[in-house]
Design a binder for this molecule. Structure first.
Ligand SMILES: [Zn+2]
Length: 123
């Protein structure tokens, strides 16, 4: 894995959790709006989204939350920071700016060219 200091790992974890909560709140608001004020309790997990709710509106956020869940898991296992395509370091600054990043910039650009419709928002 990339050689992060404890301090950097703590910063990344905070950034990931913050982004995760932002996404969770955004999804909750979108779903409530889409369901005319019906209260949605997402609780701690995406699996709490009721089956009868149209999640197309929030698919992008849900994908990013899943990526973040994976990144947080890697972080706990101290495997965060390596590109899933080439295995090189993603880089601390890139991870901090984009906590769900799973590829280095080179591989991300290649991936976005190959799958333009799946590209995540650029920060
Ligand atoms: Zn790479």
């Amino acid at each position: 894995m990339a050689n992060f200091t404890d301090d950097q790992l703590a910063q990344l974890k905070t950034a990931m959790q913050k982004r995760y909560l932002e996404l969770q709140e955004g999804i909750r608001r979108e779903l409530e709006h889409a369901n005319s004020g019906r209260s949605i309790d997402l609780g701690e997990s995406l699996s709490n989204i009721p089956d009868d709710i149209d999640t197309a509106l929030v698919d992008r956020q849900i994908i990013e939350m899943r990526e973040l869940e994976m990144s947080l898991k890697y972080l706990m296992e101290l495997e965060v920071g390596d590109c899933i395509d080439c295995g090189n370091e993603i880089g601390f600054d890139r991870l901090l700016a984009y906590p769900s990043a799973q590829r280095c910039i080179e591989c991300q650009q290649r991936y976005e060219k190959a799958y333009p419709h799946e590209s995540p928002p650029t920060l």
